[in-house]
Design a protein around this ligand. Sequence first.
Ligand code: CTP
Ligand code: CA
Length: 234
Amino acid sequence: AELLAGPKPLAGKRVLITAGGTIERLDPVRYITNDSSGKMGFALAEEARALGADVTVVWARTELAPPPVAEVVRVESAQEMYDAVMARLPSMDVVIKAAAVADYRPVQREKIKMKKGPDKLTLELVRNPDILQAIGDWRHDGGGAGKDKPYVIGFAAETGDAERYALDKLRRKRCDLIAANDVSEPGAGFGTDTNILSLYGAEGLVESLPLQSKREAAGRIWRIALARAPGLLT
Ligand code: CTP
Ligand code: CA
């Protein structure tokens, strides 16, 4: 609540948030996707707007429509999301990758609806670009090298040893903060209105959030980011 009093802490700041699950098409009417609802990304966008930010939402398939932020960019595939994010990266102060990006897409995308044929059909898939990795690489030794922005927050959906996997992702993808949820826990993860997140920074665990609404969790994430990124407040 204290963040909302007085001057808005993200006034004049540009924030890009990705949300939803990408769609990887096989043909004009069939695709591969995942259970992401888009709720966590949209909650972060709404909270950023309430804090005064100029918000861009890049969204793929979701259950809901995005909040009324400054810019909304609808995409379908991981490749389209990659293009939309990378084109806007240089002007952003914060980037949050809440989207569930498909790791693979069909090698072949048919122009016309596929006809059924033999009893067995093998689908060949190829790896998608890793957008969070590309952002980290750009900031460290690409076009963004030497700049202190954007501040980058990633997500990690894990089952099992969430801490180890989340810290590994944080280091490999070179982001500033990673929000991990154990999607096997009830009340956490895909589709729910609540979440149980643990935030990790380079030094390890920053904070374990209790089960709470995605909007409340979004507020906590922003508070932590503002406390850890002094450049955001200048
Ligand atoms: N991510 C991304 N581009 C991809 C895959 C993931 O930007 N092609 C981002 C997600 O938006 C998320 C973070 O990377 O912020 C972690 O995603 P996750 O699926 O948990 O990690 P992966 O690196 O894909 O590893 P794995 O699925 O094997 O656990
Ligand atoms: Ca993945």
